[in-house]
Design a protein around this ligand. Structure first.
Ligand SMILES: Cc1ncc(COP(=O)(O)O)c(C=O)c1O
Length: 390
């Protein structure tokens, strides 16, 4: 097995860079860098039928993952999460084909494990030793765990009201934790300052090229689970948007690899009423999203007032024929209980927001009941015991 990683490319100005030295954002324009592969060669080397026989984790897509030496892969078994047919919810909603992809079953209890497994593996391979990031919570826990496994040092900066589970998992995994009196943007500023002063490598979401590579495997798994058919819609709780842009990238790569055709699912971004910069920009027809003032929602993972990948998220939503919508706090927490009672899946509030959004899309006729849809439950509710009643 070998990776067909070829170079890095700026998603905005097209500048190309070597993939074999550390880079964060584009040195020319400051925008997001993507890892690129020799997909023609990978297509010849990899028969998708072989994927099912490989160990069930996201590294089964090794040829299109950004690590050259398999011994440098830092894994805790992330990915290959189940995608359940949600029959009882389907019936309750009058829908015909509804799935829940349960990312809460990842190591550290959220889909952040995918991005951080990829980023920490590549950091290890490139010889980086000390990584830093701001986080709403789950990414910090994942960084702490993967750095512990790799023997790297982790620095995390979280708003002081981050969920208790996230604070504790960082400390228990030996990360240096700083609680910030402010929002995720303030945590990001402090992380960048410390990085510049102390030579830490900042792995903020979409500010280095490899977290998106881990997240893209969600899109690959959805296609694989449906035997290389794609669903009508994928509903995703959008904060920094790495998942949505990662999946969009995965669909393009899978088409080039010959695994799927030209079809695409509608990518649908759900945000909270109290923090909805992407929804507002989508509705206004903007290319970039203006930062959201005074962001508030208990679903901390989607309390992201400004995303560096805003233009990529908006492009993916528009090109896929998707949409963006908000849900209220009440709708989110009702959906937490509904998913748990009807399907036995105790979702993170962010994951539950997708169910609240789906209900609204059906009611508005934006999605038809017969259109297949996947709800991305991005994390486990067990990490939010301080937020949900019992
Ligand atoms: C549980 C959960 N869902 C969704 C998100 C948002 O993810 P993304 O940055 O990919 O939009 C986060 C981010 O922290 C999260 O923790």
């Amino acid at each position: 097995m070998r990776s067909y990683l070829s170079h890095l490319e700026c998603t905005c100005c097209g500048k190309t860079l070597s993939a074999d030295e550390p880079h964060r954002t584009c040195p020319a324009c400051g925008k997001v860098l993507y890892a690129r592969y020799d997909l023609e060669a990978a297509r010849r080397a990899l028969d998708p039928a072989a994927l099912a026989k490989r160990p069930p984790n996201m590294w089964r897509f090794f040829e299109v993952m950004p690590v050259r030496d398999p011994d440098k892969v830092v894994t805790l078994g992330e990915g290959a999460t189940p995608m359940y047919r949600a029959r009882r919810l389907q019936r309750a909603l009058g829908a015909r084909e509804l799935y829940i992809k349960d990312e809460g079953l990842n190591p550290t209890g959220s889909f952040k494990a995918r991005g951080l497994s990829a980023a920490v593996s590549r950091a290890l391979e490139l010889g980086l030793k000390r990584l830093t990031m701001p986080s709403a919570g789950n990414a910090a826990g994942a960084l702490a765990a993967y750095c512990a496994r790799a023997g790297l040092e982790a620095y995390v900066f979280m708003p002081k009201d981050a969920p208790e589970a996230n604070r504790k998992e960082c400390v228990i995994c030996g990360a240096h934790l700083d609680l910030v009196d402010g929002f995720i943007g303030d945590a990001g500023r402090i992380s960048r300052e410390r990085a510049a002063r102390e030579g830490l490598f900042d792995v903020s979401t979409l500010q280095e090229p490899y977290r998106a590579e881990g997240k893209k495997t969600m899109g690959m798994e959805i296609a694989m689970d449906l035997e290389w058919r794609l669903p009508g819609a994928i509903i995703y709780p959008t904060g920094g948007g790495t998942g949505i842009v990662g999946m969009w990238k995965a669909f393009a790569e899978m088409e080039a690899l010959g695994w799927i055709g030209h079809e695409r699912p509608k990518l649908i971004a759900v945000q909270a009423e109290g923090c909805a910069p992407i929804v507002r920009a989508f509705q206004r027809g903007d290319t970039f999203a203006e930062p959201w003032q005074d962001p508030h929602t208990a679903a901390a993972g989607i309390r992201v007032p400004s995303a560096i990948g805003d233009y990529l998220i908006l492009e993916a939503i528009r090109k896929s024929g998707g949409t963006a919508l908000t849900v209220s706090e009440e709708e989110i927490f009702q959906a937490v209980g509904e998913m748990a009672r009807l399907e036995g899946i105790f979702p993170a509030p962010e994951g539950a927001a997708t169910l609240a959004g789906y209900r609204k899309l059906l009611a508005a006729g934006t999605l038809a009941p017969e259109e297949s849809a996947v709800l991305m439950n991005t994390g486990s509710g067990l990490k939010y015991l301080d937020l949900v009643g019992g």
